[in-house]
Design a protein around this ligand. Structure first.
Ligand SMILES: C[S@@+](CC[C@H](N)C(=O)[O-])C[C@H]1O[C@@H](n2cnc3c(N)ncnc32)[C@H](O)[C@@H]1O
Length: 191
């Protein structure tokens, strides 16, 4: 079983990050999940302990061998055969943005010289969905056999809605998004 590592790269552990990280714990399992680069002074740092192992240092200091970084900007796509051979999969704990600011390469990939880096397509996934897609590849489903929807519209009330301009994997025909996140968006009054 590989370890999934989320290198937190936002200035704080925002509510939105927490909801994604909780979802990643459900997808990967608490025992297989590490959060790195966590500031112990952050008001939400303790909450992460429920979801996985919490490490204050950056993943770049851990000297991991046989690791694969997930980075949308690299040329090679992760394939099932090679995916089985990695011991660690490393993701940027970066919230989605549009247009993408392409932070993963400079803030993560460039810091881990001994790791391989692969994409899971050119579209931008949230970190929790990037973990889900990677897990499915490790389990043997190539990216080309998965189905996705781009741009999700979440109705907030009878008149307003929010567009999420990201790529969502379909499982049993349903786009994957945390139920907690949908409720959070519905309650939030302004953006
Ligand atoms: C919301 S994405 C961050 C994208 C962001 N626009 C950036 O600046 O790189 C969060 C993380 O999910 C993973 N990810 C998302 N889409 C990916 C893709 N198409 N290929 C590889 N990794 C991806 C990466 O590890 C990335 O750091």
């Amino acid at each position: 079983m590989p370890v999934y590592i989320i290198e937190h790269l936002e200035p704080e552990i925002w509510e939105w990050c927490l909801m994604e990280y909780e979802n990643i714990s459900k997808i990967a399992g608490r025992a297989n999940l590490w959060f790195t680069n966590i500031n112990s002074q952050d008001r939400n740092a303790k909450k992460l302990e429920k979801f996985g192992k919490v490490i204050h240092e950056s993943v770049a200091t851990l000297g991991l061998k046989n690791a694969c970084i997930l980075d949308p900007e690299v040329p090679k796509t992760l394939e099932p055969e090679e995916a089985k051979s990695f011991d660690y999969f490393i993701f940027g704990g970066i919230l989605g943005d549009y247009p993408p600011r392409k932070r993963t390469s400079p803030e993560l990939t460039s810091k881990l010289k001994n790791a391989q880096a692969r994409n899971i397509g050119k579209k931008q996934f949230s970190t929790d969905n990037a973990v889900l897609v990677t897990k499915r590849i490790i389990e043997g489903t190539p990216l080309k056999d998965m189905h996705f929807v781009e741009n999700l519209t979440i109705p907030i009330n009878e008149i307003e809605s929010i567009d999420l301009p990201y790529c969502y994997p379909l499982v049993d025909g349903k786009p994957q998004i945390s139920g907690k996140l949908i409720n959070y968006l519905k309650k939030k009054k302004s953006f």
